[in-house]
Design a protein around this ligand. Sequence first.
Ligand code: AP5
Length: 214
Amino acid sequence: MKIIMLGAPGAGKGTQAKRLADRLGIPHISTGDIFRANIKNGTDLGKKAKAFMDAGGLVPDSLTLELVMDRIGQEDCKDGYVFDGFPRTIPQAEALESALTAIGQKIDFAVDIDVPDENIVNRMGGRRACLQCGATYHLVYAAPKKEGVCDRCEGSLTLRDDDKPETVKKRLEVYHQQTQPLIDFYQSRDCLVRVDGTKDVEEVFLSILELLGV
Ligand code: AP5
């Protein structure tokens, strides 16, 4: 199954994409995580992406598309994948559609996780991420067992650079301008499903499973 998670920054795309990928036994592909790993490792791609990300903007489509197309060509993607944070612009969605059509494939579901802007800033301030393995937590809603330490790999948890309130505001603006139009795009492809992302993590997950029929 090929699935796209849509939603504002902090709507819970990563949280739900990881659960869904585990449940279905397919890879979770987060462009944000790929960029952050490249920044951490000091690669050329990381150096190019960092300035855009720190400013709350988007990394140019040309850089993003190449890495995604390469990723979905790998063996572990043959039975599907869950995209998290991609596509994020209409040109990215069109490029993905053309690439899949060329090999006789299509997206099965685009899942929009709906959370109003006013809930987002509060969520982002409480998010803590493990830079080592990418796991995410929340100080109130999904706290780690030991404060500041990742349950999975014991890495240290930090506030992402782009989770500061002024950057979150900019990311929300960019989301409304460039990413929200994808809701209509996937609606017109008859694969859009929508969930209320203000419910707790487990309830949102169960709603998604029901909508996907899995
Ligand atoms: P990316 O990493 O994709 O960030 P994002 O889309 O802004 O989304 P987030 O990861 O911030 O949030 P999320 O929806 O995954 O929420 P989460 O599950 O963590 O991208 C970062 C940057 O990279 C972009 O700004 C851009 O510059 C660049 N980039 C990436 N992809 C790109 C692309 N395709 N093209 C161009 N540029 C690209 O949840 C948030 C918090 O809330 C967590 O603490 C979580 O524990 C908590 N939470 C989750 N669900 C719930 C719930 N139901 N109730 C209460 N708390 C909850």
